[in-house]
Design a protein around this ligand. Structure first.
Ligand code: ADP
Length: 160
């Protein structure tokens, strides 16, 4: 079975990566799909986020990294994926994620949303937290892969 894992990944964190690694043991193919959202101004350009993901998932042959725009269910149908994967960190994620899952279910009954619990050590990690820490020169080595840490230093004009 094929699954898509959609998100902004702005930037990729160890929370995302852990979920991708575990999902790649559950599905024949996991398509990590970066949303091209015309309403959001990302911190990292699309190509850079794709590169971060490709570098970090290079050891996982079942994982494909791509981008999409428009409705997630349409992209899932186009890719013949039965499953949309989303991660849950805390109760605070739940309400929004459930609404999203119900919305997607109302649009297509051919695609199901599956939630994966965050790894316990990554429950505090989000792309925005990582950017806040990096912006003020904090150490993000335990939060993101090294290549992303380099991109963050470059974004905030810091030297290693
Ligand atoms: P979006 O803008 O679609 O929420 P994100 O890149 O922030 O994109 O998140 C993509 C998915 O990854 C979401 O389902 C989110 O809940 C999940 N996620 C983010 N951080 C973590 C984490 N630390 N552990 C598990 N799942 C996470």
């Amino acid at each position: 079975m094929r699954a898509i894992y959609p998100g902004s990944f702005d930037p990729l964190t160890f929370g995302h990566l852990d979920l991708i690694e575990r999902a790649s043991g559950l599905f024949e193919e996991v398509i990590v799909a970066v949303l091209r959202n015309p309403n959001k101004q990302p911190s990292f350009p699309l190509e850079q986020r794709l590169e971060q993901l490709r570098t970090a998932t290079g050891h996982l042959p079942q994982v494909r990294v791509t981008s999409f725009e428009g409705l997630t269910v349409n992209f899932a149908l186009q890719e013949e994926a039965r499953v949309i994967l989303r991660g849950l960190r805390a109760l605070s994620d739940f309400e929004f994620e459930l609404q999203l899952a119900h919305t997607n279910a109302s649009l297509s009954s051919a695609v199901d949303t599956l939630f994966m619990a965050t790894a316990v050590g990554h429950s505090f990690l989000s792309s925005s937290v990582v950017k806040e820490v990096a912006r003020f020169g904090g150490d993000v080595a335990h939060m993101v892969p090294e290549t992303v840490a380099v991109d963050l230093r470059r974004l905030f004009n810091q030297t290693a």
